[in-house]
Design a protein around this ligand. Structure first.
Ligand SMILES: Nc1nc2c(c(=O)[nH]1)N[C@H]1C(S)=C(S)[C@@H](COP(=O)(O)OP(=O)(O)OC[C@H]3O[C@@H](n4cnc5c(=O)[nH]c(N)nc54)[C@H](O)[C@@H]3O)O[C@H]1N2
Ligand SMILES: Nc1nc2c(c(=O)[nH]1)N[C@H]1C(S)=C(S)[C@@H](COP(=O)(O)OP(=O)(O)OC[C@H]3O[C@@H](n4cnc5c(=O)[nH]c(N)nc54)[C@H](O)[C@@H]3O)O[C@H]1N2
Ligand code: SF4
Ligand SMILES: [Mo]
Length: 857
């Protein structure tokens, strides 16, 4: 660590020892005030003077990590004086290969956003509602955390700790400190993550075929065919820097086909664009499987072959299972007999609206490229009411061509060696143990919510349904809630339910950088550090045949009185609880000792640092070395900022997959077990479960990748268009909405316009409606309406209308909303999308689930 940084960190540690008086003084001087009816009145003086550097002062590069999206890229930040001025890819990462994406740079606008809250604030208007100004006033950390500690103590005194709830949005792997350990030691079952509004259904297919519940990496450097379903890796999805940097070679070496209703950035550069009808992905996937089997293109090495070498996969004909010698897969013949034999390209053409010739061509070319053929499954086909099964159908193609776990195929995660934080059990008293036993507020595990994460009924989160749990006090009321780095009143579908749910909770705290829509319904706002520049943490991700563990660390001066959500805040709260006679949490945190010195943490900053060193010790301590990059100690790891795993061991999982059979399952014995367990838990049959959960399958179809028509809300006559939601190349999830560059460069998204929020209509449809580009329009669905601008664009399938997610904020800051607290800029897609679920995975639906009508206004 250089001396400048050492001095900065010791300054932070001494800051934390400040007296209570000083806390009050700081917050009063540097606070942003959310004044009644006036929007955000911000103290800009601090920003203007902070970290001023002389023009010729030289800066230094420091390692960090970007979390603008789930790529979690290793970065370097150029710091001049106290100030971050530039960001680039960390050349040490084998996952990111030193590259960056466009939106990485917006982190600079985020961290120096003048609308950031700079001091804790409390609500003074007791009424909560969309049209109730919270009238926030600045307070000290001391008062803020003291108040929260009092509320938690009240729950403990009344034996109702289960009425405490923690909501987690974006996170680092320091999360367990706040999300898991703190919730358990207080005594609540209610740690609710955002995962179900993110991408859980995408993990469902890989799990119930190959026993792997996570994102995959794609060995594109060795692939000969890349077939992408509802993902746009040049703009979104994951590991954008890696894939964009090698894509030039990929398109030279491999054929690329993209299945989605909208001409995405990736589709625009592909060999084939297949604008299938929304929600019909499984029809296409099954037809591809049909062609592969009937043409004898499956992988004999992975799947096996007919004993006598004669291909009996003849359209419509049942095959005798005993004639096939299956190798590393399970159930290929059952799958054929139950489903694939009928799924001809002609049938798929009628379902998808795609030309039959294109289906045949893509299927044959994909099959001929085996095993170097990737079926890349994104959120598009999965985050749908019946998306769990589409996820299985699209992913199953990787099994058929033997690209699963193989060179040029789809790969799982490499091994990494981080350590879990100390267990909380010894610090959970009787109140905590009793409290934790209650049912969770999201109702997971009920008959209508199987939520089958990793084979266990009721184990996946149902993020969006927690709003209904709170509103209906079912199973009970929530009294104290804490949200961090989340904005469910904007990011969840039918967000109006969240407005009412939060308004109902007597005490809500938001740990946030900006006063967002979630903050509006909060009683306390706690100003948070920005992940890339201001806090300790680490995350892991995969690409290019490697896994990296990449660090976050404080590299600039904090302009406001910010604290880190996952480490400093829980420590400071634990101190407050201890002052009130409940010291279990603080005592637990004190066991996170510095692995180098054995010293117990004494303050929040030390705790953050020790916890990070503790979790990553096997990566940097030569005495604990287990594999991958080797460092000679903590300082070397911190300055490099990233650890790379060993290269991917191809085919190591063949025959050893974590499924019920150890094989890649076309007939999922794993899903059968899970569904039967859920049915037994509810004293009913699997068929009855499927019916309640809105799936079409009955009998054995429930356990195989199969086709179901999409379940879409809204009658076709009243709502003629299917709504297509997609991400912007510039969305840093929901967190770049207050950056001017977001709007300046919005036309980077195919079909979009700078400083506008457009709905993209095919000119054929627009003509019928008498709508032209630039017209103000209203889009109405069965659950809501938004206003935006029409854009005529050929890159969208007729009968659908596409709109980028991200605008429509009515809070967050002075750029994000037209008038803070009042008028949104553009429209929030979630106002249109009904709160529906893929109940098998718990996921919230954002695709193929909504019909809309469009009117000129
Ligand atoms: N229609 C539609 N809805 C979507 C999506 C979509 O594509 N379309 N995407 C979905 C997906 S994939 C996801 S993962 C979710 C994400 O949804 P959420 O998990 O709710 O997260 P964000 O919307 O990114 O909001 C994060 C909030 O944290 C605060 N914040 C910003 N920066 C920081 C920071 O550095 N630290 C802290 N502590 N707080 C910060 C701000 O209040 C911000 O609003 O949204 C989902 N919602
Ligand atoms: N630029 C950018 N990148 C991001 C993020 C971001 O905010 N911005 N967020 C990150 C996060 S948190 C996540 S979870 C990932 C998720 O990223 P993705 O896996 O890309 O998932 P979605 O956002 O669901 O994107 C869905 C895509 O499917 C298409 N689509 C819609 N309906 C259908 C359909 O019926 N069938 C098919 N085949 N396609 C359809 C849409 O046009 C869109 O391109 O992205 C990450 N990457
Ligand atoms: S925004 Fe996403 S892809 Fe871009 S650098 Fe950050 S984490 Fe990586
Ligand atoms: Mo996500």
């Amino acid at each position: 660590m250089n001396t400048h940084k050492k001095a900065m960190i010791s300054k932070m540690i001494s800051d934390l020892k400040m007296s209570r008086r000083h806390f009050l003084k700081t917050s009063a001087a540097g606070g942003a005030v959310l004044a009644a009816g006036m929007g955000l009145k911000t103290e800009l003086t601090a920003l203007a003077t902070a970290g001023e550097a002389s023009p010729d002062e030289k800066g230094t590069w420091h390692a960090g990590t970007c979390q603008g999206c789930t790529s979690w890229c290793a970065k370097q930040v150029y710091v001049v004086g106290d100030r971050a001025v530039k960001i680039r890819g960390n050349p040490h990462s084998k996952v990111c290969v030193g590259a960056s994406c466009v939106r990485a740079h917006m982190a600079l606008q985020q961290v120096y956003d003048p609308d950031r809250i700079k001091t804790p604030m409390k609500r003074t208007n007791p009424k909560k509602g969309r049209h109730e100004d919270p009238r926030f006033v600045p307070i000290s950390w001391d008062e803020a955390l003291g108040t929260l500690a009092d509320k938690i103590m009240e729950l403990r005194d009344n034996n109702e700790t289960h009425k405490y709830m923690l909501m987690r949005g974006r996170y680092t792997y320091m999360r367990d400190i706040l999300y898991d350990r703190m919730t358990k030691i207080i005594g609540s079952p209610n740690n609710i993550s955002h995962s179900a509004i993110c991408a859980e259904a995408e993990k469902f297919g890989p799990y119930y075929t190959e026993g792997y519940w996570s994102y995959r990496q794609y060995d594109v450097k060795h692939a000969r065919y890349v077939l992408i379903w509802g993902a746009d890796p040049l703009a979104a999805n994951r590991q954008v820097p890696f894939y964009t940097s090698v894509w030039g070679d990929v398109v030279g070496r491999a054929q690329v086909a993209v299945v989605e209703p909208r001409l995405s950035a990736t589709a625009a550069k592909a060999d084939e664009w297949l604008p299938a009808k929304p929600g019909q992905d499984s029809a296409l996937a099954l037809a591809i499987a049909h062609v592969i089997l009937t043409h004898g293109l499956w992988s004999k090495e992975f799947v096996g072959d007919f004993k006598d070498g004669t291909n009996r996969f003849i359209p419509g004909q049942t095959v005798d299972e005993t004639t096939f010698d299956e190798k590393y897969t399970h159930g290929v013949v059952s799958w054929w007999n139950l489903e694939v034999k009928e799924r001809t390209p002609e049938w798929a053409a009628s379902k998808t609206g795609l030309p039959v010739e294109q289906i045949k061509r893509v299927a044959a070319d994909f099959g001929k490229a085996a095993p170097r053929a990737i079926s890349w499954v994104g959120g598009g086909p999965c985050m749908q009411v019946r998306g769990g099964y589409s996820s299985m159908a699209c992913h199953a193609l990787n099994g058929l061509v033997g690209s699963c776990d193989n060179e040029g195929g789809t790969l799982a995660s490499n091994k990494e060696y981080t350590t879990k934080f100390p267990k909380p059990d010894a610090f959970m008293d009787e109140i905590a143990k009793k409290g934790k036993k209650h049912e969770k507020i999201d109702q997971r595990g009920r008959l209508e919510f199987p939520a089958l994460k990793e084979g266990k009924p009721g184990s996946a989160v149902l993020t969006n349904n927690a709003a209904d749990g709170i509103l209906n006090e079912d199973p009970y009321e929530i009294k104290v809630a804490l949200g961090y780095m989340n904005n469910f009143t904007f990011s969840c579908t039918q967000p109006e339910r969240w407005e009412r749910a939060l308004a109902k909770i007597p005490f809500v705290v938001h740990l946030t950088t900006n006063a967002s829509e979630f903050s509006w319904f909060s009683d306390l706002l706690l100003p948070n550090t920005h992940h890339l520049f201001e806090k300790y943490g680490y995350v892991k991700s995969i690409a290019n045949g490697y896994r990296h563990v990449t660090l976050m660390q404080p590299v600039i001066k904090r302009i406001g009185d910010y604290k880190a959500d996952e480490t400093e805040v829980p420590w400071l709260l634990a101190e407050k609880l201890a002052e009130r006679g409940f010291s279990n949490l603080l005592n637990h945190y004190k066991t996170y000792k510095d692995p180098e010195t054995g010293k117990e943490p004494e303050n929040a900053m030390e705790f953050s640092l020790f916890a990070l060193k503790y979790a990553t010790q096997s990566l940097w301590d030569p005495a604990k070395y287990k594999g991958g990059d080797k460092f000679n100690g903590w300082e070397a790891f911190l300055s490099t900022g990233v650890w790379n795993s060993d290269p991917y061991p191809y085919r190591k999982r063949w025959g050893k997959m974590k499924t019920a059979t150890g094989k890649f399952e076309f007939f999922s014995a794993t899903l059968k077990k899970a569904l039967e367990k859920h049915a037994t838990n509810h004293n009913t049959t699997v068929d009855a479960v499927l019916e309640v959960c809105r799936y079409e399958a009955r009998g054995d179809h429930a356990f195989i990748p199969h086709h179901e028509d999409p379940y879409t809300a809204g009658d076709e006559a009243a709502y003629p268009f299917v709504f297509v939601d997609h991400k912007s190349r510039l969305n840093r999830e929901g967190r770049s909405a207050n950056c001017t560059w977001y709007y300046d460069f919005k036309d980077l998204d195919p079909g979009d316009e700078a400083w506008d929020d457009v709905a993209k209509l095919n000119p054929v449809d627009a003509k019928k409606l008498g709508i032209q580009s630039g017209d103000a329009i209203r889009i109405t669905s069965p659950t809501g309406k938004i206003e935006c601008t029409a854009k005529l664009w050929e890159g969208i399938r007729p009968g659908t209308v596409a709109k980028c997610y991200g605008q429509g904020h009515w809070a967050y800051g002075r750029v994000a909303s037209k008038s803070f607290g009042k008028t949104p800029r553009g429209g929030n897609n979630n106002d249109l999308i009904p709160a529906e679920y893929d109940r098998l995975s718990g996921s919230t639906v954002r695709h193929a689930g909504t019909r809309v009508k469009i009117e000129r206004i």
